[in-house]
Structures are given as C-alpha cells and as structure tokens.
Design a protein around this ligand. Structure first.
Ligand SMILES: Cc1cc2nc3c(=O)[nH]c(=O)nc-3n(C[C@H](O)[C@H](O)[C@H](O)COP(=O)(O)OP(=O)(O)OC[C@H]3O[C@@H](n4cnc5c(N)ncnc54)[C@H](O)[C@@H]3O)c2cc1C
Length: 613
C-alpha cells in the first residue's frame, strides 16, 4: 500500500495546490516539478530510510570517549537527503533554493517521517538556518545558514536546561560580552556562554563537518544578576568548531562539551544530548589573543532580550513538522496493521447458528472489531495529514498571499497550530496503540515494527511544548487574542464547509452535527472564562484542547468528504467517506464529556489537596 495516492488527492484534488503557480514566487513550478520533488523524496525514503529504521533503533548512538558513533546507514541517508536539495527547498533561487511552496515541501518530507522518523531528515537544520535567514546578519547567513542548507553543517535548537523545560523564563545559561571589542566581531556581537543545555537533539555526532547550535541565554545586568522572565532571553550562534568569515573552519574547537547521551524510549536513531557550554573542557582563545580560556564563544542574533521572539518566529513551521511526524508514525502503523490484518487467518464468522469449526479460518480483517480498529487509524491519520497540509497551505498564504489573505492566514495559524501539533501527537499515538492491538501478541514483540512506531511517537506529546502547555496556550491565549478574531475566522471557515455540505444529502447529517459541535465549543470557551479567573478556566485546558481538536478534525473530514464525494466511485472514495462517517459517529460525540468539565469549570483535579493522592 502506498501513501502517494492519498498525498496526491489531498494536494491536488482537495487543496488545489496548483493554484499557487499563479503567484510570482512559484511561477516556474508546475504539476511536473511538484511531482518530481515528491518522486525523488519517495524514492530516497524507500531506498535509504525505510530499510534501516529498525537498525537505527537497535544500534543506538554511543560515545567512544571521543566521538559519537552512528550507523553508516544514517550517514548515507542524511547525505542523500542533503543532495536532494530538500534542506533549502523553500529558499530563494539566489541562495540555491527551489522556491518550493511549503505545502509541497511538507508533503515531500512526510515520506521520510513515515520511512524512518528517527534517522531524521534535517528538520532541525532547516529550522535553524531558516531562523538565521530571517534574523541573522548578511555574514551570519553566508557563513552559517548557507552551509547548513548545503548539508556541510548541521543545526540544533538549544532551549531546554535541566531545570528549565516548560518554563523557559528560568533559563540560567549566562552570556557575557567577550572583551572590549566584542561588538565589532564581523560574525556578530561576541559573547562567552556558560551553562548546561538538556535534551538537545542532534547535539553531537560526526554526520557533518560542524554543528551550529542556536542557544538561548541571558545577558547579566550591571549587578551581575540575570534578568528575570522571558524578556531577558537572547539568542546566540555557538558553533561546535570555530569558523572564519570565509566559512572555513579555523581549526579551533569551541568550548562545547558532550556531558552525556540520553537513552530514550524511542527515536533512537537521533542523538539526544546534555551539553555543557563553557565549562573549560575545550578552552578557546578570542580572536587576536593567544590566551585560551573557558567559555563557549557565541555570536548574538538580533537584539538583546529578543531571543525567544526570534526562536518563535519559526515555531508554526516547527510545530507543523512535529504534527506531521506524529501523523506519519501513525500512518506507518496503520499501513503495517492493514497489511497484517489482510494476511492473518484467525477465527471463524459467527452466523445465526454459531461458529462452524469445520470451516476454514477467516482473515482477521473480516472481523468487525478489527475493521473498527483499522478505520479508527485511517480516520486519525489521514485526517491529521489533511490538517497538516491545510496548515502548510496557510503558511504559503501568509508568505505569498495578498495583505488581507495573508493576515487571515496568520491568525488562523495562531489558533490552529496548537491543534496541528497536539492532535496528531495524541490521536496518531492512539493509532499506533491500535496497530499493536491488531497484531495481537506479535505486535508486542520486536519482530514487527509497530511497537517501535509507538515508542517513536510517544515523544511528540512531550517536546515542542507539552500537551498541557499547548492546551493552555490555546485556551488562555489563542482563542482570546485580537478579541477572539482568530476563533471567529476559524468558525467562518467551518461554517462555509457546513453550508456546502448541507446541500449534499449524504453529508447533511454530518454538517448539522458539526454545527452543533462548533456551538458547543463556543459556549464552553465563554463558560470557561465566565469568572475571568485563569485558575477556573484553565483547570480543564486539556479536555478543551481535545474537544477543540476533534471539532477541527470533524471539519477537515467534512471538507475532504465534499471533494471525495464529487469524485467517481472507487475504493478510495468509499474509504474516505467511511472514514468521515466513522469520525462523526464514533469520535465527535466524545466532545460532550470533555466540554462538560470545561463548561462547569470542574475543580475535581485542580482542588484536590496533595495529601489526598
Ligand atoms: C527526545 C527529546 C528531544 C528533545 N529535543 C530538544 C531540543 O532539541 N532542544 C530543546 O531545547 N529541547 C528539547 N527537548 C526538551 C523538551 O522540549 C522538554 O522536555 C519539554 O519542553 C518539557 O520540559 P521538561 O522535560 O523539563 O518537563 P517539565 O516542564 O518539567 O514538565 C513535566 C510535566 O509538567 C507539566 N507542566 C509543566 N509546567 C506546567 C504548567 N505551568 N502548567 C501545567 N503543567 C505543567 C508538563 O505539561 C509535563 O506534563 C527534547 C526532549 C526530548 C524528550
């Protein structure tokens, strides 16, 4: 079974991505160029990623005292990815990019996430370089970003610390100006950094010539104290090996040391590290000095105190990327369990006269409960893929649409991004659990791939803002911002789909159900905030996120069904309409229970004293 027909249907039939070719930026593109990118990525994913997914899980990265060793397959896969040009796919022609719409880039990257999410396809490197293209100086772009786009260097994002995960305001890494002339360094104002960064993905390896860390740190005030809150956070480029203005390595190692590798539940193909910055393991001399000293050399990006703002600039795309990874892990499990269910004989049908043991066994896909588990996976994963591509299309609208369309896309993304990140993280993980269930005992062994998909996927509710933090972001900020205009815009889009679907006899009942769900979410949003007290409102932020997410997914499915319904009869059409029906019959009704505790501002959990647990 191939993912490609689903991707093609969503991109072309549903989202009409070809219309983007009318925009100046994408004028050189055509269906052929989009197809060529998808063909290349599908091929590399099939040849260089999928066959090694289990290998990178069992041969975890290890440190030999000097280097972090990764399997040769990871080197080969990442080289093939870099050579495909995908690292700079969205960039201008002038810097070697393809000016590819983000929607197509996201779809192309889906093949890698499905084949082997843990080998990694450069999401961090691209995100790091894109950030520098937006906020770096010309030289920072030339020296760091362009070498990342070519695959010569790779990138990391260093936000978290052992004591500061969700609460980034407590970041304690210090950055002090490096000498008198610190501001005159051509690579950017030069600082010395000291601190520990925890959980840094791809923080140490030999896959590339250099690793470019983007590090959040605080610049102490005149009293030597670090400024409180997130407004005191600045952003720095800290290369593992120092680089000259010509982009060549100077031969000096920067003072960034691997303190240890984290041994993870899943996603084991990518190293995860605790990094010590500036502890003196690799003392380094400032330019013009012969005196090597402790302190990692870092070049400031943007103004002091603007670090988090710069980081968050790339957040929508990073979160769509996480949502897409979660989706594709779910999809991998769905395809594997579908294949298994078609081949595994077990049990006999129960007719009016009971079972007939003389009859041969049937295949498990013939049992209603197995079909339920398969259809649940299909509705979660194909629905989530549609949502991610819809959000990616909004990113293109924000970047290349007219002023009003771009502004609407921006606001819609504000509201939809927590869903794009969190919904697949929860429900495509549930899909992975169902894929194990379809396999029975075999699913619980390492002889089949589905347990690894579940382990790999379990990360996604934790990183890029935990589930709980995303839920609070949605209810405390996103649905309220700009006087609730984002929520109103979303409601407008949902209502437009309802109006179309109500005309279609097969879909009218779903359209009505969606209308009621939307009204329930609106009422619950008001009820949650009725006392104006965040403690009341946010006590049930996660059930709110779940109900909001299910309503969004019901809308996405109804919109997809409108396109599917207009197509000639085929098994794919039947499947899409059945997945829509499944979502409306089995999933959407769940929002009642979730919204009940939100609307009544239920304090059962929030008010329970610690001793009572
Ligand atoms: C495999 C992996 C890769 C990662 N890669 C990177 C990376 O490359 N770069 C990077 O900077 N970080 C990375 N992270 C870190 C990740 O972003 C953090 O783990 C995450 O932000 C949560 O922080 P924490 O682990 O300290 O948990 P905590 O913040 O301690 O949270 C623990 C629990 O408490 C809840 N909680 C915390 N605060 C609140 C609150 N105010 N209200 C309600 N609930 C709350 C959380 O929702 C969570 O359930 C990675 C993590 C992992 C596991």
């Amino acid at each position: 079974m191939s993912l490609r027909p689903t991707v093609d249907f969503l991109l072309h039939d549903w989202l009409n991505v070809g219309s983007l070719q009318q925009r100046e930026r994408f004028a050189d593109h055509s269906r052929e160029t989009f197809d060529a990118v998808l063909d290349t990525c599908e091929r590399i994913a099939r040849e260089k990623y999928a066959p090694f997914n289990r290998l990178v899980d069992t041969q975890e990265p290890h440190f030999d005292g000097e280097r972090v060793i990764l399997p040769q397959a990871t080197h080969d896969a990442q080289r093939a990815y870099a050579e495909s040009g995908m690292l700079s796919a969205a960039q201008d022609y002038g810097v070697g990019g393809m000016q590819l719409p983000y929607t197509v880039e996201a779809a192309a990257n889906a093949f890698f996430a499905m084949a082997s999410v843990s080998i990694g396809s450069g999401m961090l490197t691209t995100g790091n370089a894109n950030l520098l293209m937006a906020h770096g100086t010309e030289l920072q772009k030339q020296v760091f970003a362009l070498n990342e786009f070519s695959g010569r260097f790779s990138g990391t994002m260093c936000l978290s610390e052992p004591q500061a995960g969700s609460s980034l305001s407590d970041v304690a890494t210090r950055a002090v100006p490096d000498g008198e002339g610190f501001e005159a360094d051509p690579l950017g104002p030069r600082y010395r950094l000291k601190g520990n960064k925890m959980w840094i993905s791809a923080g140490e390896h030999e896959l590339t010539e250099n690793i470019i860390h983007l590090v959040l740190a605080k610049i102490p005030g005149p009293d030597g104290k670090l400024p409180p809150g997130v407004k005191g956070i600045s952003l720095f480029i800290v290369p593992k090996k120092l680089v000259g203005t010509d982009g060549q390595l100077t031969g000096a190692r920067n003072d960034v040391a691997l303190a240890g590798l984290n041994h993870k539940c899943g996603w084991r193909g990518t190293t995860n590290t605790l990094l010590n910055f500036g502890e003196g393991k690799y003392p380094v001399a400032s330019p013009g000095s012969t005196q090597a000293e402790a302190g990692a050399i870092g070049y400031r990006v943007g103004q002091p105190g603007e670090g988090l703002r710069c980081m968050f600039h790339m957040m929508n795309e990073a979160r769509i990327g996480v949502g897409m990874a979660a989706t594709m892990l779910g999809m991998a499990g769905y395809h594997a369990s579908l294949d298994y269910a078609r081949n595994r004989p077990q049990g006999r049908p129960v007719g009016p006269g009971g079972k007939d043991p003389a009859q041969p066994q049937i295949r498990i896909i013939e049992h209603a409960d197995v079909k339920r588990m398969l259809l649940a996976q299909k509705s979660y994963c194909e629905g989530a893929l549609a949502l991610e591509l819809y959000c990616a299309r909004l990113v293109d609208e924000q970047h290349t649409g007219g002023p009003q369309a771009a502004d609407e896309a921006r606001l819609l993304l504000e509201v939809l991004t927590p869903i794009a990140k969190s919904w697949p993280s929860e429900w495509c993980l549930e899909a992975n659990s169902l894929a194990i269930q379809v396999h029975g005992g075999y699913g619980y062994t390492r002889d089949f791939p589905v347990e690894q998909y579940w382990r790999d996927n379990r990360l996604n509710m934790i990183h890029e803002g935990t589930h709980g933090i995303q839920a609070m972001d949605l209810l405390a900020r996103k649905v309220l911002m700009e006087n609730g205009r984002g929520l109103q815009l979303l409601a407008g889009r949902i209502n437009a789909t309802i109006e179309r679907a109500i005309q279609v006899p097969e879909l009218a009942v779903h359209a009505n159900a969606l209308g009621q769900a939307l009204a329930q979410v609106g009422a619950a949003t008001k009820a949650a905030w009725a006392t104006g007290n965040p403690t009341d409102a946010l006590a049930n932020a996660v059930p709110y996120l779940q109900a909001f997410g299910h309503t969004v997914l019901a809308w996405i499915w109804l919109d997809v069904a409108l396109t599917a319904q207009a197509a000639p009869d085929s098994p794919a059409r039947t499947g899409r309409l059945a997945a829509t029906r499944f979502f409306f019959h089995y999933e959407l009704p769940k929002i009642g229970a979730w919204l009940q505790v939100v609307s009544s501002r239920d304090q059962t959990c929030a008010a329970l004293p610690e001793e009572a647990f």
